[in-house]
Design a protein around this ligand. Structure first.
Ligand code: HEC
Ligand code: HEC
Length: 335
């Protein structure tokens, strides 16, 4: 259980009652970055957020919800799609990242387009190839859709169906989406042993990967160029699209590796179909450039050399990051 109900928040004259929910932070996780004081989690707020996450009316065609591209079984990624697929089957230019442990991140999207979870949904909603809508029109549709007036009234003190409450509810839901019950977590909590291979894989991971894929989130949250050959058609500049600094060219947010076994294809443009391909890339495919991360440029040799045996045990370790409790938790499902 991640959530505990901690009693009545409010029970005022207009009949508004709601129950505050406390986010239980796993002991081995970094601190929560999301400002829970500004948006306290409540039972009804989270429930409304879940409904909105799976609501097709959020898109212009009425058919694409957040959950269309963020599928629970695949750690809320878009299974089988190199690039995201939105309204009218239009294709985006980036691979859909997982939605998990959002409460602990500083920046959202591959290039950190926004530093605030509450503002993030505006991006997919207004992007032409994603949901192609406006926030105003979404709110109008929700006002006219059965059930939502009551759900908003139960979730927020002012009870308004408006964009602020819409965004706060979505955040409340996403904040509760904590993945911390993989075999790896059970190992950290001394509840389960790793096999010999997994143990060796962990040791190599700590030596060769954990400087970027750091902490229990398996990301240090920074933006780096890990040496992918830029895709000439897209020439996605990554972080510098946000900062405008050439020094940020081709840098992308270090992704979490939690649930990595179920989130193929990999990288910001989904170019690799398997973890074997990812490790082969680090071993011999890293391309030099002005912004290549110094960690991948050691004594004249590029990348992260590994033997076949090391790659095998690394993958065994990465498989321990699959969290079936999270992938099957019906608090996060469409129901
Ligand atoms: C058409 C597919 C699609 C839809 C619909 C969609 N997303 Fe996404 N989502 C993506 C892609 C692609 C990215 C990465 C965007 C980028 O890096 O530019 C992303 C990124 C995210 C992130 C940031 C994750 C991270 O690690 O930084 C969050 C949070 C998120 N989406 C939530 C939502 C919510 C909430 C909705 C509904 C309002 C939604 N998404 C709708 C495809 C989609
Ligand atoms: C210098 C920092 C750095 C090091 C060291 C590093 N990575 Fe990465 N890794 C990244 C960045 C940045 C990305 C995203 C790159 C992109 O998509 O443009 C990434 C992406 C990945 C992905 C794809 C994740 C996804 O969701 O698409 C996997 C898997 C991965 N790394 C595994 C590893 C392993 C295993 C090691 C050690 C052998 C390692 N990485 C070492 C920075 C690093």
């Amino acid at each position: 259980m991640i959530l505990t109900l901690i009693g009545c928040q409010n029970n005022d004259d207009d009949g508004y009652t709601n129950v505050l929910v406390e986010l239980e932070v796993p002991a081995h996780f970094p601190e929560v970055t999301y400002n829970l004081t500004n948006n306290p989690l409540t039972k009804n707020g989270i429930e409304l957020g879940r409904k909105l996450f799976y609501e097709g009316a959020v898109s212009s065609t009425g058919t694409v919800s957040c959950g269309t591209c963020h599928e629970q079984k695949y750690a809320f990624t878009h299974h089988g799609h190199t690039f995201s697929h939105g309204v009218n089957d239009l294709e985006g230019t980036r691979n859909t990242p997982p939605v998990q442990n959002m409460a602990f991140l500083e920046n959202f999207a591959w290039d950190g387009a926004t530093g605030h979870l509450d503002l993030f949904p505006i991006i997919p909603i207004t992007t032409e190839v994603e949901m192609n809508e406006t926030l105003e029109s979404v709110i109008e549709k929700l006002k006219n859709k059965a059930g939502y007036k009551a759900l908003f009234a139960d979730a927020f003190d002012d009870g308004e169906v408006n964009s602020e409450n819409f965004l706060l509810a979505l955040s409340q839901f996403m904040v509760t989406m904590v993945s911390a019950d993989a075999k790896y977590d059970k190992y950290i909590r001394n509840e389960e042993q790793l096999t010999e291979d997994e143990q060796q894989g962990l040791a190599i991971f700590e030596q060769k990967c954990a400087s970027c894929h750091a902490t229990a989130l398996f990301s240090d949250g920074s933006f780096r160029n890990n040496g992918l050959q830029p895709n000439p058609k897209l020439n996605d500049l990554g972080r510098s699209k946000v900062t405008g600094f050439e020094a940020d060219n081709y840098k992308f947010k270090v992704p979490s590796l939690r649930n990595i076994a179920v989130t193929a294809p990999y990288m910001h443009d989904g170019r690799f179909g398997s973890l074997e391909a990812v490790l082969a890339f680090y071993n011999s495919g890293v391309v030099d450039s002005n912004t290549l991360d110094p960690l991948l440029h050691n004594n004249g040799s590029l990348g992260i050399p590994t033997t076949e045996q090391e790659r095998t045990v690394l993958i065994a370790f990465l498989n321990t990051l699959t969290d079936n409790t999270f992938l099957e938790d019906d608090r996060f499902s469409e129901k």
